[in-house]
Design a protein around this ligand. Structure first.
Ligand code: AMP
Length: 210
């Protein structure tokens, strides 16, 4: 199963991606997580990405596309993958299509999580992230997953959230029509509880992507 998840920041893509990746036994590839891991490790890639991430802007395609191209050469993608946070604009979607066409392994489906703007802002402002494992949480001092220290991501602060939503509307939302035209798009509401959303996503994917 080769999948892409699309949706505004705060729609719960990361959380759903983990459940879906486990359900379909495929690796979860989050470009945001890869950038944050590089930032933490102080690599060149992390340093290149930091100023863009802190402002809620997209990291340049030249950097991001090469990182994904490289990730898709790893052995663990032989049986599929779930991309979360990539592509983020039409140019990236075209690069992904070309990479997969070369390997003769096209996408099976693109799952869109939709959510109203007010709900997105409420979720992102309340979100905290674990410094150790990266898991999101709300209203706790320690990470519920690993007990690590939680912090507010620079880009979950109010002024940056507004910019991320603009970037999503201007640059990322056009990929939804791109994938609809390719006949790959499946849309699921991201409102409600996590288990119900996972169940709707799995049921929609099992119908379409066999
Ligand atoms: P995320 O964790 O998916 O919300 O991503 C956090 C930040 O990483 C984004 O706001 C961007 O600055 C950067 N980023 C993640 N994925 C991409 C991408 N596909 N293209 C460009 N920048 C990205």
């Amino acid at each position: 199963m080769r999948l892409v998840l699309v949706g505004p920041p705060g729609a719960g893509k990361g959380t759903q991606a983990q459940f879906l990746a486990a359900h379909f036994s495929i690796p979860h590839i989050s470009t945001g997580d890869i950038f944050r891991a590089n930032l933490k490790a102080g690599t060149d890639l992390g340093n290149q990405a930091k100023s863009y991430m802190d402002r809620g802007e997209l990291v340049p395609d030249s950097v991001t596309n090469e990182m994904v191209r490289d990730r898709l050469t790893h052995d663990d993608v032989a049986n599929g993958f779930l991309l979360d946070g990539f592509p983020r604009n039409v140019a990236q979607a075209e690069v992904l299509r070309a990479i997969l066409a070369d390997k003769k392994t096209p996408l099976h489906a693109v799952l869109e999580f939709s959510l109203a703007n007010e709900e997105i802002i409420a979720r992102l402002s309340a979100r905290r992230t674990c410094r150790d494992c990266g898991a999101p949480s709300v209203g706790v001092d320690k990470c519920p997953t690993c007990g690590g220290e939680v912090y507010q991501r620079e880009d979950d602060k109010a002024e940056v959230i507004a910019r991320r939503l603009e970037v999503y509307a201007e640059q990322t939302a056009p990929i939804i029509s791109f994938y609809r035209n390719e006949g790959l798009l499946i849309s699921v509401s991201a409102a409600g509880n996590v288990e119900d959303i996972t169940a709707s996503a799995i049921s929609a994917l099992s119908r379409v992507a066999q």
